[in-house]
Design a protein around this ligand. Structure first.
Ligand code: PMP
Length: 355
């Protein structure tokens, strides 16, 4: 608390990011990064970009990167927006599209930043409960609103909806923006990018932080109708006209163009997810059906908080989110097979211990 803070700052409950530990040697399965380094082509492009031209401002509209991103999904650059991580793209979208009297709708268990942005920008919101199997029920979103935000696959559950359900939502709220947050889409779900030409109210947000192993350079992007892209650009240019530096633009573009690296690593994660899920099931965990690079797990005999702290003692960190519906669950990022084997063996020891 401070006398210098405005009343709004006093009221804020900021997002608590997952720990980025300083201790070396930990098995880090807590923030859904890829356990592999990024594409060598991306690394080279970033090294090459670190030259005398860094004295110049970067391209404020990241045209070359937007063109490359659009090309992958058959959209021209005027249908593509980029920002400093998808968190920033989301922040701009919340300001650009959801400041109406009616509440913004999102699930009661989803990415917790949505609520933070609503508080920061003073946007009314209404959470919609997941059903008892932790699934989104689209029919429950049929109510007056300023728009809908849907993480697909959802986080932290990992459960994905099919495009038929996304269509249903888009038809239901034709005069409102439906934001589909696809941070984890590449690990097995279907992207709504293919619907962008059909629905002017659709905003699809993705990131380089997960499937491209580039969380460290903070690049997120969106696909939408030019009308929505222009709205986002107006907000961006009122906030920071150069959100992506030269190195990030070069690295992200090379990563977007390295299809072979991308496919190989996504497949690796999917295979490790199946392998880890089988190992966890054998230890008595329930596992939600995940299409993401993490699994959401629960054990009947042992509290999630206890498992998380015991794992930590063995140098393995996973994510335990507090909250009524999440307190019994742990979110575990898919690591390398070797890391997953260590996790399973530590879990086996922990569960055998009865003290
Ligand atoms: N959306 C979801 C659902 C996420 O889990 C995350 C990562 N925490 C983000 C968006 C933001 O990712 P980034 O800002 O790294 O692109």
């Amino acid at each position: 608390m401070s006398r210098f803070w405005s009343p709004l700052v006093h009221q804020l409950t900021p997002y608590v990011p997952g720990e980025q530990p300083r201790t070396p040697g930990l098995i880090k399965l807590n923030t859904n990064e890829l356990p592999y380094g990024p594409s060598p082509r991306a690394l080279k492009a970033m090294r090459d970009a670190a030259d005398d031209t860094l004295r110049l401002y970067p391209d404020p509209v990241s045209l070359s990167l937007r063109t490359a991103l659009g090309k992958r999904v058959g959209l021209p650059a005027d249908h593509v927006f980029v920002g400093n991580g998808s968190d920033e793209v989301l922040a701009h979208a919340f300001q650009a599209f959801f400041a109406h009297k009616a509440p913004l709708l999102f699930a009661d268990v989803t990415y917790s930043f949505y609520k933070v942005y609503c508080e920061l920008y003073r946007l009314p919101y209404q959470t919609v409960a997941l059903d008892e199997t932790m699934q989104v029920q689209i029919e429950d979103y049929n109510q007056p609103c300023s728009g809908v935000v849907l993480a697909n696959p959802n986080a932290p559950t990992g459960i994905a909806l099919g495009l038929d359900k996304i269509r249903q939502l888009l038809e239901m709220h034709q005069d409102r923006v439906v934001l589909v947050d696809e941070a984890y889409v590449d690990f097995g779900a279907e992207s709504a990018a293919s619907l962008v030409k059909e629905y002017a109210n659709l905003l699809v947000v993705q990131t380089f932080s997960k499937s491209r192993a580039l969380a460290g350079i903070r690049v997120g992007f969106a696909f939408a109708s030019p009308e929505l892209i222009e709205g986002l650009t107006r907000v961006k240019d009122s906030f920071n006209s150069y959100p992506l530096d030269r190195i990030a633009q070069a690295g992200a573009q090379a990563a977007a163009e390295d299809e072979a690296w991308f496919c190989e690593h996504v497949e690796k994660v999917k295979a490790s997810r199946e392998r880890l899920s089988a190992g966890l099931a054998a230890l008595g965990f329930s596992i939600l059906p995940s299409q993401a690079n993490f699994v959401y797990i629960h054990h009947v005999d042992r509290s999630a908080a206890r498992i998380a702290s015991d794992l930590r003692e063995h140098a393995v960190i996973v994510r335990h989110l507090k909250g009524e519906r999440t307190a019994d669950w742990l979110r575990v990022t898919i690591g390398t097979d070797q890391q997953c084997d260590v996790l399973l063996s530590v879990l086996r020891d922990i569960l055998l211990r009865n003290d």
